[in-house]
Unconditional design. Structure first.
Length: 544
């Protein structure tokens, strides 16, 4: 959901201006939001448009991904929403890479706006600031003033359950992925070059042995363009994508990717911490062997999206884990790849389940209303529009007959977007019309209106290769009580650091797998028993 962009980030001057804007719109109004809910303003219309009769201003802090306009109030979809609703948004836009720090500073200082929009509040943050009264409960506002969101939650009760905290409150609005939008829920697959398979006389691999044999042939034959060196296997960084493609093969992450490094323990009713499991070690053994043979890109741990894309555009990659090769590498080389079904350990094994599946509750920390809100009802009505079909069209497609049009097959971008006369890419041409690029928004993502790479013909082809094997039960990220949240904040930081650093070292050989027991023992010191105890309690609340 985060397309690669080419625009530069905000300048330092713009960032300073954003800080000033946020400071000016934060006032010491205490807990006025509840009073505004209990005593709605006569200016409000409780259904339809406009939301208010006389124009009001609502302050919102948000990250600004580099691929969006520098001033969102110049964007056509936002301008149209203001015209329809009579709500002017005073945006405090922060460069995406700095949003967590700036959000945390604002909350710690008490100098925060009415709404935190696209700021990436996690479950720990929401529990802490919700219990402190900084973030107001949204349950009643949803029930009374958000019919579009209510309909989505009624249709998918697990989403409501997943975003509700142990105290029964909802502190932030969700990002909902259409439960039937398979190519969005299963965004990445393993892709191999069909023309290189043909060149070395091999069929599409179905087992780990066949896959490794193909990589061996790519290295030996070097079918890359003249003067270049083929890269048998890579991804956009840290080998995390390659690892994810192996989850089902090694029986790990059996409740999907949204819940983090835990899954259902196959040996009992409890939870399993995946990075100390036998399946995880087996996956590392394979990845270490591939790396030591030179089959994984040597500097993969220094890769980023731009490097990955450039290698693909040069026709150097034999296999990779990604959403769509055509979308990133272009037609010339991107169309030469085919997707793999879940790889079997051996030819005698059945095709494994596909575990790389996300929850329809993609996130729930990107629209939170603070206790300083002067217009909490109006803010929620504004956001509710984007949970409906009309709002989703506006958010993702922009303006009808300008950036998109109705066709016999549904809705699609106009030529000004797909065949821009100035040579702009689709993402670049969309900048004057929409703000969704870069992800991290609240709302609903529907297959009919979302035209990102995940909905391309090739992405759907990739999903079709794995979808019949997908797991049925997918967990969202769990929620925590305030005391648990305080503990989880430090526990998660320490444990995640140990996992990430050790995985890279195991793969590149810096940390030999003979030291596995020592590695496992380090998690005791990092607080893993307490971490699992809290996760188990959260899981038991989730299943009810």
């Amino acid at each position: 959901m985060q397309p690669i962009t080419r625009r530069t980030v905000l300048t330092s001057a713009a960032a300073i201006a954003s800080t000033a804007a946020l400071a000016s719109c934060s006032r010491d109004n205490g807990g006025q939001a509840q009073d505004k809910i209990d005593n709605p303003d006569e200016n409000i219309n409780f259904e339809g448009m406009p939301i208010v009769n006389e124009t009001i201003t609502i302050s919102m802090m948000s990250k600004r991904p580099s691929g969006t306009a520098e001033d969102w109030n110049t964007v056509a979809s936002i301008k149209k929403m203001e015209q329809m609703s009579n709500i002017h948004v005073e945006w405090g836009l922060i460069p995406a890479e700095g949003i967590s720090e700036r959000r945390n500073l604002a909350l710690a200082s008490g100098d925060y706006p009415e709404v935190l929009y696209r700021t990436g509040l996690g479950a720990v943050d929401l529990a802490k600031h919700g219990a402190a009264g900084v973030l107001i409960p949204l349950n009643d506002l949803i029930a009374q003033y958000m019919p579009n969101l209510t309909a989505r939650l009624d249709a998918s009760p697990d989403i409501r359950k997943g975003m509700t905290f142990p105290d029964g409150n909802i502190y932030s609005l969700p990002t909902i992925y259409d439960p039937d939008f398979d190519s969005l829920l299963m965004q990445n697959q393993m892709w191999v070059r069909q023309d290189w398979l043909d060149q070395v006389g091999m069929e599409v691999p179905t087992t780990l042995e066949e896959f490794e044999a193909y990589l061996d042939e790519v290295k030996a034959a070097n079918p890359a363009p003249s003067g270049e060196t083929a890269i048998p296997l890579t991804d956009a960084g840290n080998a995390s994508g390659i690892y994810e493609m192996l989850w089902g093969t090694f029986g790990i992450q059996n409740r999907g990717r949204s819940v983090g490094s835990i899954d259902a323990d196959p040996s009992g009713d409890g939870l399993r911490f995946i990075p100390v499991s036998d399946g995880y070690r087996e996956a590392l053994e394979l990845l270490n062997r591939l790396y030591s043979k030179g089959l994984i890109q040597a500097d993969i741990f220094n890769n980023d999206s731009d490097t990955f894309v450039n290698l693909g555009k040069q026709g150097l990659i034999g296999a990779c884990a990604t959403q769509t090769t055509r979308g990133y590498f272009g037609k010339e080389y991107g169309d030469r790849y085919v997707p793999l079904a879940p790889l079997k350990k051996t030819s005698a094994d059945p095709v494994p389940a596909w575990h790389s599946v996300g929850s329809p509750l993609a996130a729930f920390g990107n629209f939170a209303v603070t206790d300083k809100a002067e217009h909490p009802i109006e803010a929620c009505r504004w956001m509710d529009y984007f949970y409906g079909d009309e709002g989703a069209r506006l958010f993702f497609l922009g303006i009808e007959d300008e950036s998109y049009e109705k066709t016999d097959d549904g809705w699609d971008f106009t030529d000004v977007i797909t065949d821009n006369p100035d040579g702009l890419t689709v993402d670049e041409a969309l900048i004057p019309y929409v703000i969704y690029m870069g992800g991290g928004y609240a709302g609903v993502v529907l297959e009919d209106y979302f035209k990102g790479m995940e909905n391309s013909a090739q992405a759907r082809e990739g999903t079709a290769a794995v979808s019949e094997h997908r797991i049925d039960e997918v967990w969202p990220a769990f929620t925590f009580e305030p005391a648990e949240a305080d503990e989880m904040s430090s526990l998660t930081t320490d444990i995640t650091k140990l996992v990430d650093e050790s995985r890279a070292k195991f793969i590149n050989g810096e940390l030999p797998l003979s030291q596995w027991d020592t590695y496992v023992g380090q998690f005791e010191q990092a607080g893993l028993p307490r971490y699992l105890e809290i996760q188990q309690a959260a899981y038991e609340r989730y299943v009810g």
